[in-house]
Design a protein around this ligand. Structure first.
Ligand code: HEM
Length: 507
């Protein structure tokens, strides 16, 4: 009796999930005139893998190459259209004002499009995934910790000065892996006060985990799949355990040092642990801060976020400065000028130096505009919501393709696909005809918590490189690669670096 009722229940549930619900949502969207592909069960608008021809060198019109499916949808259906990810409708909206409205979340009817539980367990279950009170508490603690002055980032500046000893004369360098290692070293030392070797181990493990998750594809979200004793599943669990055991070691060392009187104000980990020190509730749990498991998840998140996007930003900056040597010269002139002043006044005040780099700032903004590491935002309606004159029922994913907004000629003008950092000469708000269309770090309460840290890191690295090297693209075939999570540039990142020429230039 029981198996039959179970079978009937499962069939009804699947019929509702795969047919009745999507059809109801489709009718509600179509009735309001939204164009797009009709729902077909068991199919998805799978991302198109690769563009036939490689992108021509010097062309920054990357939308058709990076997001061909989205590009096609906008050409065919206009700036708002429906597509399907299995039984879930996704409405793509290419509109900066509506994007800000959704991201600001004033109505409170949008939630972050959830990653599956398995993915959170295997990668990280940190701040970007939290909602409600837990998000408020963690955001407050991490927000405090990410203040530049608190992180004592200037210590890193002096250590980074060693970089110039890396290469003499002309050589070819694949900058992407170099920046990846640099990012892991930076987050290890500055955020956790731990050794760079621990950081590199975590980087290697997380990279392997991401590769394995990508290779597993949709299988990973099938209930129970991860419990199967396959070789891949076993390895993924091993990786997770090893990352956690390295982090446990780092956290234990830090807690001991803090108990022995080490300052609690000098790195991110101390600042995360500090609210807990000595204060527990009646049940022995931390009164104000996070549990150790929470701290561990936030550490994983920091490692992942720091090694995912900043290397992309740095690599594209090198590539664009190689393609546009006039901007490389302008930036170098500024850096050398500022450093001369800096030495003259004998002020090792890196934060002042950081704030004075106008040309470098404009260049980084233009790189983030043309090649934003996060190419789209996603939110899901969990209540019926009105947006831009359309009423969206609960359960619709809203996709806001930042890349298309950053490449919209209506916002940025006819030269939208040109590398023109001077459009930011009078600040972000005057760079386009929509003062808030520049959104590389998101918008609203969930704006990137690491943005100041990233911009500081990028400026320091660019400053150091410009000081010591001249660079141009290595004579290698160019190809733009679109990767699931961000615009990576692995085939583009070979950069020829010349140390001698800068030495001569300076003399
Ligand atoms: C170039 C580098 C980076 C870019 C372009 C970037 C971009 C973004 C964007 C667009 C969001 C908002 C996502 C959304 O609302 O759906 C975000 C959120 C976030 N970022 Fe970054 N990020 C960068 C680096 C970092 C770093 C280095 C960290 C930390 C170490 C970090 C930590 C976070 C966190 C914790 C959130 C979630 C905040 C919340 O939900 O309250 N990011 N980032």
């Amino acid at each position: 009796m029981l198996p039959w009722s179970f079978l009937i229940f499962t069939l009804l549930w699947q019929a509702a999930r795969l047919w009745l619900r999507p059809r109801r949502l489709e009718r509600a969207l179509r009735a309001q005139g939204l164009p797009g592909r009709p729902y077909r069960p068991f199919t998805s608008d799978a991302p198109v893998k690769n563009q036939q021809s490689p992108m021509p060198l010097g062309c920054h019109d990357i939308v058709p190459y990076v997001v061909p499916l989205l590009h096609g949808a906008v050409q065919e259906h206009g700036r708002t259209s429906v597509s399907w990810n299995g039984p879930v409708p996704t409405v793509t909206i290419v509109d900066a004002r509506l994007t800000r409205e959704v991201m600001f979340g004033k109505s409170g009817h949008f939630e972050k499009f959830p990653r599956t539980r398995v993915l959170s367990r295997l990668l990280t279950n940190g701040l970007p995934r939290h909602e409600g009170e837990k998000w408020v508490k963690h955001r407050k603690i991490l927000g405090r910790a990410f203040h530049l002055e608190k992180l004592k980032v200037y210590r890193f500046f002096h250590e980074f000065a060693l970089l110039h000893s890396f290469c003499y004369g002309w050589c070819e360098v694949d900058v992407c892996p170099e920046f990846l290692i640099l990012a892991a070293d930076t987050i290890s030392r500055i955020a956790f006060g731990s050794s760079y070797l621990e950081g590199r181990r975590i980087l290697a493990l997380q990279s392997e985990q991401v590769d394995r998750i990508k290779a597993s594809g949709k299988m990973i979200s099938i209930p129970g799949y991860m419990s199967l004793p396959t070789k891949n599943n076993r390895r993924m669990r091993e990786i997770n355990n090893e990352i956690e055991s390295v982090l446990e070691g780092i956290i234990a060392k830090k807690m001991q040092a803090m108990q022995e009187g080490e300052s609690t104000k000098c790195d991110l980990l101390s600042l995360m642990l500090e609210p807990n020190m000595g204060k527990t509730d009646g049940n022995g749990r931390p009164a104000a801060g996070m549990t150790i498991e929470d701290v561990m998840e936030e550490c994983k998140m920091c490692y992942l976020a720091s090694t995912e996007t900043p290397p992309t930003l740095l690599a594209w900056t090198m590539i664009l400065l190689s393609m546009h040597p006039e901007w490389q010269d302008r930036a170098r002139e500024e850096v050398l000028g500022l450093l001369r002043l800096h030495v003259f006044f004998m002020q090792p005040q890196v934060l002042i130096l950081y704030q004075s780099m106008m040309q470098v700032t404009m260049i980084l903004y233009e790189v983030l505009r043309l090649y934003p590491p996060a190419i789209a935002f996603h939110r899901k309606t969990y209540k019926e919501t009105k947006l831009g004159g359309i009423t969206y029922p609960a359960g619709v994913v809203i996709e806001m393709p930042l890349l298309l907004i950053h490449h919209d000629p209506n916002i940025w003008g006819a030269d939208v696909h040109e590398f023109r950092p001077d459009r930011f000469a009078e600040g972000i708000s005057k760079a386009s005809n929509d003062p808030s269309a520049f959104l590389p770090f998101g918008w609203g309460p969930r704006i990137c918590i690491g943005q100041n840290f990233v911009l500081f890191e990028a400026k320091m690295v660019v400053c150091m490189i410009l000081q010591h090297f001249e660079f141009e693209l290595a004579p290698t075939e160019m190809e733009l690669v679109n990767v699931l999570l961000f615009i990576a540039c692995s085939h583009l990142s070979l950069v020829g670096i010349n140390n001698n020429r800068v030495q001569k230039h300076r003399a």
